[in-house]
Write a protein of this length. Structure first.
Lengths: 112, 121
């Protein structure tokens, strides 16, 4: 199975700071069709996960432009340019390139 | 608006089975896959498998073959997951999520609220 390793596991920030989360894959996530099926989800406390980024760098409807996804192959990054209170929770990367589809272990974004 | 409404919490005994549901509304049920995702307390998410409501075709994470069985009832726009031979390791929140294939991406755009399944003697 493809292993997605997220770092850091926990990230303490001050409101307004930039935050950066890494997701490294044990295999390239570029599919045979040339596309990369890598997404980012945020799970706020007590809620279901919600989609932030799809296809590496595309923001889902309603997601603020302070969320930026980037990367290719095996290395991917989610940056939050100015952390706001509603951004706190656990972030997961997810790949749908290889069967079985897998999630990363999660990164908890919390306030200092 | 798109909604996935899941059934209520379950308390079950080891060795038993449980069937949970996910009722879809606000879209054409047969046009999108439904995936099921497991989250043990304080743990990360695990993809269990997916079903195509139109064809009934399924795909499972090998880890959950024999444990989870996915079905749908098109007449009620409801997806089901049956979990069998339950053990305490099956204690978790189970989410259903709609899978959207956009030609160059695949993602879960709508999620149910989750069902807590507790396995305890």
């Amino acid at each position: 199975d493809v292993v997605l390793t997220q770092t850091p596991v926990s990230l303490s920030v001050t409101l307004g700071d930039q935050a950066s989360i890494s997701c490294r894959s044990s295999q390239s996530l570029e599919y045979s069709d040339g596309y990369t099926y890598l997404e980012w989800y945020l799970q706020k406390p007590g809620q279901s996960p919600q989609l932030l980024i799809y296809g590496v760098s595309n923001r889902f409807s309603g997601v603020p432009d302070r969320f930026i996804g980037s990367g290719s192959g095996t290395d991917f990054t989610l940056k939050i340019s100015r952390v706001e209170p509603e951004d706190l929770g656990v972030y997961y990367c997810f790949q749908a390139t290889h069967d079985p589809w897998t999630f990363g272990g999660g990164t908890k974004l919390e306030l200092k | 608006q798109v909604q996935l409404q899941q059934s209520g919490a379950e308390l079950t005994k080891p060795g038993s089975s449980v069937k949970i549901s996910c009722k879809a509304s606000g879209y054409t049920f047969t046009s999108y896959d439904i995936s099921w995702i497991k989250q043990r307390p304080g743990q990360a998410l695990e993809w269990i498998g997916a079903i195509n409501p139109g064809s009934g075709g399924t795909g499972y994470n090998e880890k959950f073959k024999g444990k989870a069985t996915l079905t749908v009832d098109k007449s009620s726009s409801t997806a089901f997951m049956q979990l069998s031979s339950l053990t305490p390791e099956d204690t978790a929140v189970y989410y259903c999520a709609r899978g959207y294939y956009g030609g160059y991406s695949y993602y879960f755009d709508y999620w149910g609220q989750g069902v807590m399944v507790t396995v305890s003697s």
